[in-house]
Design a protein around this ligand. Structure first.
Ligand SMILES: [Zn+2]
Length: 313
């Protein structure tokens, strides 16, 4: 089943990223102005349409499409969806809008990190016409009718072009990649859930991420709607595992030599995760499912160290 109910007129959709369940979700708010949060990449497009159909919607029914940031697993398919969702506006962070309108530089950056596997994993990135993109600044709001109001919060730390969105009806935050990743047991094949932040390149900054977590938690949310994956309730659990993970990352950053390679960082991160998972759950004989995240997170750690060293933070 790809659709799951998470709250009052609020549903999660499994986007089957890379063909796999429980990795990446989108959310749909039902109401007078149907709203989609996150599109996933272009390779998720057919799953997205299926999910909408299960909810009785066609893409033309959507009035609003929101992407938390422009990383491809969140917004790579925005252009493709906006062609089908002809009555919708795309809401984006002030620093994200230009990449959605003209994805050339974004594509270059992603290719530098992923290489050519990018095409298989994420598919094409189509541009969105500029007159269909609405910039949402920090603290701006979107009124969906029937008393439902979404508020946008600039939330750097994972990416400078990232916002989180608060829903007043469920007191939930659509957190994108800012309040950690909730690794569900259905995904990992382990007997327990696990949470850890994502530190992928190229904007990761642990101090900024911690400041953003403080600011978002002060809003007193009850639930966090992760893109990866589904809700964490109570919200404080997600803040807790995110902070805990960032503190661990800071410890690793302090121990790594200044000129550490991503491979060295990956070895350290993998060893930490194996120990940590053993502590919170039980020893696992495989961490296959985390391989891509460990690869990206260690690259992000090294990019951060290089920026710090050269005064470019
Ligand atoms: Zn992501």
């Amino acid at each position: 089943m790809s659709v799951f109910e998470v709250g009052d007129n609020l549903f999660g959709l499994d986007l089957f990223e890379d063909g796999k369940p429980f990795r990446t979700s989108a959310y749909v708010i039902r109401g007078p102005e149907p709203t989609l949060i996150e599109t996933g990449s272009s390779t998720s497009h057919s799953y997205l349409l299926q999910g909408l159909e299960e909810l009785g919607y066609t893409p033309e029914d959507l009035r609003h499409v929101i992407v938390t940031h422009v990383h491809l697993d969140h917004a790579g398919g925005a252009g493709m969806l906006m062609q089908a969702a002809s009555n919708a506006m795309l809401h984006a962070h002030p620093k994200a809008a230009r990449h959605l309108i003209d994805p050339g530089r974004l594509e270059e950056g992603v290719r530098a990190v992923y290489g050519d596997v990018m095409d298989d994993m994420y598919g094409p990135i189509l541009p969105v016409p500029s007159n269909r993109v609405k910039i949402q600044k920090d603290l701006s709001t979107l009124d969906l009718g029937q008393g439902r109001i979404l508020t946008f919060y600039d939330s750097p730390g994972h990416a400078k072009h990232h916002f989180c969105v608060m829903d007043n009806v469920t007191r939930g935050i659509f957190s994108g990649d800012t309040i950690g990743i909730h690794y569900r047991k259905e995904r990992t094949g382990w007997g327990f859930d696990y949470g850890f932040p994502t530190t992928s390149p190229s904007d990761f900054d642990p101090d900024v991420m911690l400041a953003t977590l403080d600011r978002l938690e002060a809003l007193a949310p009850e639930v966090v709607y992760h893109t990866h994956f589904g809700p964490t309730r109570p919200a404080r659990d997600a803040f807790q595992f995110s902070r805990r993970g960032i503190h661990a990352i800071q410890g690793m950053l302090a121990r790594l030599p200044d000129d550490a390679s991503p491979e060295t960082a990956a070895i350290m991160l993998r060893a930490f995760l194996a120990r940590d998972i053993a502590e919170v759950g039980h020893p696992v004989d495989q961490m296959d499912d985390l391989a891509l995240d460990i690869d990206l997170d260690s690259k992000g750690m090294v990019v951060y160290m290089q920026k710090r060293k050269t005064g470019k933070l």
